[in-house]
Design a protein around this ligand. Structure first.
Ligand SMILES: Cc1cc2nc3c(=O)[nH]c(=O)nc-3n(C[C@H](O)[C@H](O)[C@H](O)COP(=O)(O)O)c2cc1C
Length: 331
C-alpha cells in the first residue's frame, strides 16, 4: 500500500481509538447566549431550515466535514456519508484528494456521485501542494474527476509541523494562491483542519478570490493530537496540541475582517444548538467531521440517525428563539 493510503488509514484508526479532541480548550460556543422566547409565535412544523451555499440549496445549513478517501475502508465511509447527505439534502466535503491525483487506484474511494447525484459536493487539496508544483489544473482535475461543485484548499501548518516529513514551506503561498484560485473556474474555499482561521488570515486572503472560508476552529478534533498519537503513540507535545483559535472566536474575527465573505463554522460542532449559535455569529452553514466517522463505518442509516438528531436540535433552537427561517437568525 502507498505511504499516503497507509497514513490516511492510520489517521482514521487514531480518530476512532484515541482521545484526539482538545482538552484545555472549547469552541467557546457554550458562552454564546441563546435567547429563549416563551411565546415564539412560530409553528414548529413551519420552520424552514433551507439555505443557499456556493450556489446550491441545502435542506439544512449543514455539511458533512472533510474526512477521508484513498483506501477501501475510506470508500465505504465516503459512500455511507454520501448516501446520508443525499437523503437529508445536505452537503458533503471530501477528504484530501492528493492520493487520488497521484495514485490511480485511490480514485474509486472518492466516487460518490452515483449515490449522491444532487448534493453540494466539495473537493479538497492541501495548500502546501501549490508550493510543490500543483496549479489550477490539478485543482480542476480534483473537482471534475469526482463531479464536485467546488473545492476546499486546506491549510494546516501545525499538523504539517508535527508530521514527520510534513510539508512545512509556507513562504509566499498567498501570492501563489492569488494566481491559482481565479484560474480554477469553480468556487474555491479556504479551510483549516481544526486549529482555526484568524481575522488576520482572513484579511491576508481578502484579494485571493476565495468563495467562502471554513474557519475550522479549535474545540473539536486536534490534528496535532492525531499526529502525536500517530508517530509517538502518546501526546508527545501536549502544549502544542492545544494551540488553536476557538471556533466562536475564529468566526467572530473572520466576520469582522471580511463582512461579506460566506463563512462555514466547523471545529467541535456537536449539537444543533451550536449550529444555531454559529449562524448567529455570522456563519452561513456549519460542518462536522469526527462524530460522523464511527456511524459511517456502520451504515448510511447510522449517519442519518446521528444527523437527524442534530437537525431536530437545530429546529428546536429556532423554535424557542421564535425564528421561522435561517434569515431570521442571521439577521
Ligand atoms: C478522520 C478525519 C480525516 C480528516 N481528513 C481531512 C482531510 O483530508 N482534509 C481536510 O481538509 N480536513 C480533514 N479533516 C479535518 C476536518 O475536516 C475538520 O476540519 C476537523 O476534524 C475539525 O472538525 P471536527 O471537530 O468536527 O472533527 C479530517 C478529520 C477527520 C476526523
Amino acid at each position: 500500500m502507498s505511504a499516503i493510503k497507509e497514513r490516511k488509514l492510520k489517521h482514521i484508526e487514531i480518530c476512532l481509538d484515541y482521545p484526539v479532541e482538545y482538552t484545555t480548550k472549547t469552541t467557546g460556543l457554550e458562552s454564546v447566549p441563546w435567547a429563549y422566547n416563551a411565546l415564539p409565535e412560530v409553528s414548529f412544523m413551519d420552520i424552514k431550515l433551507e439555505t443557499e451555499f456556493l450556489g446550491k440549496t441545502l435542506r439544512a445549513p449543514l455539511l458533512i466535514g472533510a474526512m477521508t478517501g484513498g483506501a477501501e475502508r475510506a470508500a465505504k465511509i465516503n459512500r455511507n456519508l454520501a448516501i446520508a447527505a443525499q437523503h437529508l439534502g445536505i452537503g458533503m466535503m471530501l477528504g484530501s484528494q492528493r492520493a487520488m491525483l497521484e495514485i490511480e487506484s485511490a480514485r474509486a474511494s472518492f466516487q460518490i456521485r452515483d449515490v449522491a447525484p444532487d448534493i453540494l459536493l466539495i473537493g479538497n487539496i492541501g495548500v502546501a501542494q501549490f508550493k510543490k508544483g500543483y496549479g489550477a489544473q490539478e485543482a480542476r482535475a480534483a473537482i471534475e474527476l469526482v463531479g464536485a461543485d467546488a473545492i476546499a484548499f486546506h491549510t494546516n501548518p501545525l499538523q504539517e509541523a508535527l508530521q514527520p516529513g510534513g510539508d512545512t514551506d509556507f513562504t509566499d503561498l498567498i501570492p501563489v494562491l492569488e494566481q491559482v484560485v481565479p484560474e480554477v473556474g469553480y468556487p474555491v474555499m479556504l479551510k483549516e483542519v481544526g486549529h482555526g482561521l484568524s481575522g488576520s488570515v482572513a484579511n491576508a486572503v481578502k484579494n485571493v478570490g476565495f468563495a467562502a472560508l471554513d474557519v475550522a476552529g479549535a474545540g473539536g478534533t486536534s490534528w496535532a493530537k492525531v499526529e502525536d498519537f500517530a508517530h509517538h503513540g502518546r501526546l508527545e507535545h501536549p502544549d502544542l496540541d492545544e494551540i488553536g483559535i476557538p471556533t466562536a472566536q475564529a468566526l467572530q474575527e473572520c466576520r469582522a475582517a471580511l463582512p461579506e465573505m460566506p463563512l462555514m463554522a466547523s471545529g467541535g460542532i456537536r449539537t444543533g444548538l451550536e449550529i444555531a449559535k454559529s449562524l448567529k455569529l455570522g456563519a452561513s452553514v456549519a460542518a462536522m467531521a469526527k462524530p460522523l466517522l464511527e456511524p459511517a463505518l456502520h451504515s448510511p442509516e447510522a449517519v442519518i440517525a446521528h444527523l437527524e438528531k442534530i437537525i431536530f436540535e437545530l429546529r428546536v433552537a429556532f423554535f424557542v428563539a421564535g425564528a421561522r427561517d435561517v434569515a431570521a437568525i442571521c439577521g
